[in-house]
Write a protein that binds this ligand. Structure first.
Ligand SMILES: NC(=O)c1ccc[n+]([C@@H]2O[C@H](COP(=O)([O-])OP(=O)(O)OC[C@H]3O[C@@H](n4cnc5c(N)ncnc54)[C@H](O)[C@@H]3O)[C@@H](O)[C@H]2O)c1
Length: 239
Protein backbone atom coordinates (compact mmCIF):
# COMPACT_ATOMS: atom_id res chain seq x y z
CA UNK A 1 0.00 0.00 0.00
CA UNK A 2 1.18 3.48 -0.82
CA UNK A 3 0.86 6.21 1.81
CA UNK A 4 0.15 8.78 -0.88
CA UNK A 5 -3.55 8.82 -1.66
CA UNK A 6 -4.55 6.53 1.21
CA UNK A 7 -6.70 7.34 4.25
CA UNK A 8 -5.44 6.64 7.76
CA UNK A 9 -6.89 6.93 11.23
CA UNK A 10 -4.26 7.74 13.88
CA UNK A 11 -5.25 7.41 17.54
CA UNK A 12 -3.29 9.51 20.00
CA UNK A 13 -2.48 11.75 17.04
CA UNK A 14 -2.44 14.89 19.15
CA UNK A 15 0.96 14.27 20.73
CA UNK A 16 4.26 12.44 20.58
CA UNK A 17 4.59 9.38 18.37
CA UNK A 18 1.04 9.74 17.03
CA UNK A 19 1.49 13.41 16.15
CA UNK A 20 4.77 12.71 14.34
CA UNK A 21 3.02 9.92 12.44
CA UNK A 22 0.13 12.19 11.43
CA UNK A 23 2.56 14.82 10.11
CA UNK A 24 4.69 12.23 8.31
CA UNK A 25 1.72 10.57 6.61
CA UNK A 26 0.24 13.92 5.61
CA UNK A 27 3.55 15.19 4.20
CA UNK A 28 3.72 12.01 2.13
CA UNK A 29 0.30 12.58 0.61
CA UNK A 30 -2.13 10.74 2.91
CA UNK A 31 -5.40 11.98 4.33
CA UNK A 32 -5.62 11.49 8.07
CA UNK A 33 -8.31 11.33 10.74
CA UNK A 34 -6.77 12.24 14.07
CA UNK A 35 -8.34 10.79 17.23
CA UNK A 36 -7.38 12.08 20.64
CA UNK A 37 -8.81 13.12 24.00
CA UNK A 38 -6.85 16.37 23.74
CA UNK A 39 -9.11 18.52 21.56
CA UNK A 40 -6.90 21.66 21.38
CA UNK A 41 -3.92 19.57 20.25
CA UNK A 42 -5.94 17.79 17.57
CA UNK A 43 -7.60 20.96 16.35
CA UNK A 44 -4.32 22.84 16.02
CA UNK A 45 -2.86 19.97 13.98
CA UNK A 46 -5.84 20.10 11.65
CA UNK A 47 -5.41 23.87 11.33
CA UNK A 48 -1.78 23.21 10.32
CA UNK A 49 -2.53 20.40 7.85
CA UNK A 50 -5.70 21.80 6.30
CA UNK A 51 -8.02 19.75 4.06
CA UNK A 52 -5.88 16.64 4.39
CA UNK A 53 -6.88 16.15 8.04
CA UNK A 54 -9.89 15.84 10.30
CA UNK A 55 -10.04 15.63 14.09
CA UNK A 56 -12.41 13.67 16.29
CA UNK A 57 -12.34 13.99 20.07
CA UNK A 58 -12.72 10.47 21.38
CA UNK A 59 -11.67 8.09 24.11
CA UNK A 60 -10.29 5.08 22.25
CA UNK A 61 -11.91 2.77 24.79
CA UNK A 62 -15.39 4.19 24.12
CA UNK A 63 -17.33 2.16 21.56
CA UNK A 64 -19.62 4.90 20.24
CA UNK A 65 -16.98 7.64 20.15
CA UNK A 66 -14.62 5.43 18.16
CA UNK A 67 -17.41 4.42 15.79
CA UNK A 68 -17.88 8.14 15.12
CA UNK A 69 -14.17 8.48 14.35
CA UNK A 70 -14.23 5.60 11.87
CA UNK A 71 -17.39 7.00 10.28
CA UNK A 72 -15.66 10.37 9.91
CA UNK A 73 -12.98 8.78 7.71
CA UNK A 74 -15.63 7.53 5.30
CA UNK A 75 -17.69 10.72 5.36
CA UNK A 76 -14.71 13.02 4.90
CA UNK A 77 -12.44 10.95 2.65
CA UNK A 78 -14.59 8.11 1.29
CA UNK A 79 -12.56 5.19 2.66
CA UNK A 80 -10.28 3.87 5.38
CA UNK A 81 -7.08 2.06 4.39
CA UNK A 82 -5.06 2.08 7.59
CA UNK A 83 -5.26 2.38 11.36
CA UNK A 84 -2.29 3.49 13.46
CA UNK A 85 -2.88 2.94 17.18
CA UNK A 86 -0.75 5.36 19.20
CA UNK A 87 -3.12 6.45 21.99
CA UNK A 88 -1.80 5.34 25.31
CA UNK A 89 -1.26 6.19 28.91
CA UNK A 90 1.67 5.38 31.18
CA UNK A 91 1.56 4.48 34.86
CA UNK A 92 4.31 3.99 37.40
CA UNK A 93 2.96 2.37 40.57
CA UNK A 94 4.27 -0.34 42.86
CA UNK A 95 2.08 -3.30 43.81
CA UNK A 96 2.76 -2.45 47.47
CA UNK A 97 4.05 1.07 48.10
CA UNK A 98 6.39 2.43 50.80
CA UNK A 99 3.46 3.00 53.14
CA UNK A 100 2.38 -0.63 52.65
CA UNK A 101 -0.66 0.35 50.59
CA UNK A 102 -1.67 -1.85 47.64
CA UNK A 103 -1.77 -0.66 44.03
CA UNK A 104 -5.20 0.96 43.44
CA UNK A 105 -7.29 -1.38 41.32
CA UNK A 106 -8.80 1.56 39.43
CA UNK A 107 -5.49 2.80 37.96
CA UNK A 108 -4.53 -0.74 36.92
CA UNK A 109 -7.90 -1.20 35.21
CA UNK A 110 -7.79 2.24 33.52
CA UNK A 111 -4.31 1.58 32.09
CA UNK A 112 -5.46 -1.73 30.61
CA UNK A 113 -8.71 -0.11 29.45
CA UNK A 114 -6.96 2.63 27.47
CA UNK A 115 -3.90 0.80 26.18
CA UNK A 116 -5.31 -2.66 25.48
CA UNK A 117 -9.10 -2.38 25.28
CA UNK A 118 -8.80 0.95 23.44
CA UNK A 119 -6.43 -0.55 20.89
CA UNK A 120 -8.75 -3.50 20.32
CA UNK A 121 -11.79 -1.23 20.10
CA UNK A 122 -10.20 0.78 17.29
CA UNK A 123 -9.05 -2.39 15.53
CA UNK A 124 -12.44 -4.11 15.52
CA UNK A 125 -14.26 -1.07 14.13
CA UNK A 126 -11.62 -0.19 11.54
CA UNK A 127 -11.24 -3.82 10.45
CA UNK A 128 -14.97 -4.13 9.79
CA UNK A 129 -14.81 -1.16 7.45
CA UNK A 130 -11.59 -2.18 5.73
CA UNK A 131 -12.87 -5.73 5.19
CA UNK A 132 -15.78 -4.32 3.19
CA UNK A 133 -13.57 -2.12 1.01
CA UNK A 134 -12.28 -2.88 -2.47
CA UNK A 135 -9.08 -4.94 -2.68
CA UNK A 136 -5.89 -3.42 -4.03
CA UNK A 137 -2.75 -5.13 -5.30
CA UNK A 138 -2.45 -8.74 -4.03
CA UNK A 139 -5.91 -8.44 -2.51
CA UNK A 140 -4.76 -5.92 0.10
CA UNK A 141 -7.55 -4.07 1.88
CA UNK A 142 -5.83 -2.47 4.84
CA UNK A 143 -3.04 -2.26 7.35
CA UNK A 144 -3.18 -1.92 11.13
CA UNK A 145 -0.14 -0.77 13.12
CA UNK A 146 -0.25 -1.01 16.91
CA UNK A 147 2.11 0.50 19.45
CA UNK A 148 3.22 -1.79 22.27
CA UNK A 149 6.42 -1.06 24.20
CA UNK A 150 9.71 -2.57 25.27
CA UNK A 151 7.87 -2.87 28.60
CA UNK A 152 5.76 -5.66 27.08
CA UNK A 153 8.88 -7.83 27.24
CA UNK A 154 11.14 -6.13 29.78
CA UNK A 155 8.93 -4.38 32.33
CA UNK A 156 10.47 -2.62 35.29
CA UNK A 157 9.35 -2.33 38.92
CA UNK A 158 6.22 -0.15 38.99
CA UNK A 159 5.17 -1.14 35.47
CA UNK A 160 2.80 -4.03 36.26
CA UNK A 161 -0.21 -2.30 34.72
CA UNK A 162 1.63 -0.70 31.79
CA UNK A 163 3.55 -3.89 30.94
CA UNK A 164 0.41 -6.02 31.20
CA UNK A 165 -1.47 -3.68 28.86
CA UNK A 166 1.34 -3.68 26.30
CA UNK A 167 1.92 -7.44 26.57
CA UNK A 168 -1.79 -7.79 25.79
CA UNK A 169 -1.27 -5.88 22.54
CA UNK A 170 1.64 -8.16 21.66
CA UNK A 171 -0.43 -11.22 22.53
CA UNK A 172 -3.38 -10.32 20.33
CA UNK A 173 -1.26 -9.34 17.32
CA UNK A 174 -0.78 -12.84 15.93
CA UNK A 175 -4.39 -14.04 16.21
CA UNK A 176 -5.56 -10.75 14.70
CA UNK A 177 -3.04 -10.97 11.87
CA UNK A 178 -4.03 -14.57 11.15
CA UNK A 179 -7.74 -13.80 11.13
CA UNK A 180 -7.61 -10.55 9.18
CA UNK A 181 -5.22 -11.94 6.56
CA UNK A 182 -8.29 -13.56 5.02
CA UNK A 183 -9.53 -10.05 4.20
CA UNK A 184 -6.16 -8.77 2.98
CA UNK A 185 -5.55 -6.75 6.15
CA UNK A 186 -2.08 -6.84 7.72
CA UNK A 187 -1.63 -6.37 11.48
CA UNK A 188 1.77 -5.30 12.80
CA UNK A 189 2.81 -4.22 16.28
CA UNK A 190 5.82 -1.99 16.98
CA UNK A 191 7.40 -2.27 20.44
CA UNK A 192 9.33 1.01 20.79
CA UNK A 193 12.14 1.62 23.21
CA UNK A 194 12.29 5.02 24.88
CA UNK A 195 11.32 8.02 22.74
CA UNK A 196 11.48 11.75 23.40
CA UNK A 197 7.78 12.63 23.62
CA UNK A 198 5.62 14.60 26.05
CA UNK A 199 4.92 11.27 27.81
CA UNK A 200 8.62 10.95 28.60
CA UNK A 201 9.00 14.67 29.28
CA UNK A 202 6.98 14.11 32.44
CA UNK A 203 9.99 12.25 33.88
CA UNK A 204 12.83 14.15 35.61
CA UNK A 205 15.72 15.22 33.33
CA UNK A 206 18.13 12.87 35.14
CA UNK A 207 15.87 9.86 34.55
CA UNK A 208 15.55 10.70 30.83
CA UNK A 209 19.31 11.07 30.50
CA UNK A 210 19.88 7.73 32.22
CA UNK A 211 17.28 6.01 30.02
CA UNK A 212 19.00 7.37 26.93
CA UNK A 213 22.41 6.25 28.13
CA UNK A 214 21.09 2.74 28.78
CA UNK A 215 20.22 2.41 25.09
CA UNK A 216 23.12 0.47 23.51
CA UNK A 217 23.22 2.45 20.25
CA UNK A 218 22.67 5.23 19.60
CA UNK A 219 22.74 6.13 23.32
CA UNK A 220 19.86 8.57 23.24
CA UNK A 221 16.07 8.67 23.24
CA UNK A 222 14.43 7.97 19.92
CA UNK A 223 13.02 10.83 17.83
CA UNK A 224 9.28 10.57 17.10
CA UNK A 225 10.09 11.12 13.41
CA UNK A 226 12.04 7.84 13.46
CA UNK A 227 8.94 6.01 14.68
CA UNK A 228 6.87 7.69 11.98
CA UNK A 229 9.32 6.59 9.28
CA UNK A 230 9.00 2.99 10.50
CA UNK A 231 5.21 3.23 10.30
CA UNK A 232 5.54 4.38 6.69
CA UNK A 233 7.81 1.42 5.96
CA UNK A 234 5.31 -1.01 7.49
CA UNK A 235 2.53 0.47 5.37
CA UNK A 236 4.52 0.46 2.14
CA UNK A 237 6.32 -2.86 2.53
CA UNK A 238 3.55 -4.21 0.28
CA UNK A 239 3.75 -1.83 -2.66
N1 LIG B 1 7.47 7.64 24.47
C1 LIG B 1 8.01 6.46 24.70
O1 LIG B 1 9.16 6.32 25.12
C2 LIG B 1 7.20 5.22 24.41
C3 LIG B 1 7.86 3.99 24.45
C4 LIG B 1 7.15 2.83 24.17
C5 LIG B 1 5.80 2.90 23.86
N2 LIG B 1 5.18 4.10 23.84
C6 LIG B 1 3.76 4.12 23.51
O2 LIG B 1 3.59 4.94 22.37
C7 LIG B 1 2.28 5.51 22.39
C8 LIG B 1 2.41 7.02 22.22
O3 LIG B 1 3.13 7.50 23.33
P1 LIG B 1 3.74 8.96 23.38
O4 LIG B 1 5.05 8.86 24.05
O5 LIG B 1 3.61 9.58 22.05
O6 LIG B 1 2.73 9.62 24.43
P2 LIG B 1 2.03 11.06 24.46
O7 LIG B 1 1.51 11.19 25.84
O8 LIG B 1 2.95 12.10 23.93
O9 LIG B 1 0.81 10.88 23.44
C9 LIG B 1 -0.25 10.02 23.74
C10 LIG B 1 -1.52 10.63 23.18
O10 LIG B 1 -2.59 9.71 23.44
C11 LIG B 1 -3.70 10.47 23.87
N3 LIG B 1 -4.57 9.63 24.68
C12 LIG B 1 -4.33 9.13 25.92
N4 LIG B 1 -5.38 8.42 26.34
C13 LIG B 1 -6.30 8.44 25.33
C14 LIG B 1 -7.59 7.90 25.17
N5 LIG B 1 -8.17 7.15 26.13
N6 LIG B 1 -8.26 8.13 24.02
C15 LIG B 1 -7.70 8.89 23.04
N7 LIG B 1 -6.50 9.44 23.14
C16 LIG B 1 -5.79 9.22 24.28
C17 LIG B 1 -3.13 11.62 24.68
O11 LIG B 1 -4.06 12.70 24.79
C18 LIG B 1 -1.90 11.98 23.86
O12 LIG B 1 -2.20 12.94 22.87
C19 LIG B 1 1.66 5.08 23.72
O13 LIG B 1 0.84 3.95 23.50
C20 LIG B 1 2.85 4.71 24.56
O14 LIG B 1 2.52 3.77 25.55
C21 LIG B 1 5.85 5.27 24.09
Amino acid sequence: MQVAGSVFLVTGGGSGLGQATVRHLAVHGARVVIVDLDAPAGQSLVAELGEQARFVTADVAHAQAMQQAVTTAVEAFGALHGLINCAGTVLGCKVVNREGEPHPLESFARTVQVNLVGTFNAIRLAAKLMAQGPAGADGERGVIVNTASVAAYDGQIGQAAYSASKAGIVGMTLPLARELAAYGIRVVTIAPGVFATPMMASLPEQVRTTLGEQTPFPARLGHPSEFAALVQHVIEIRC
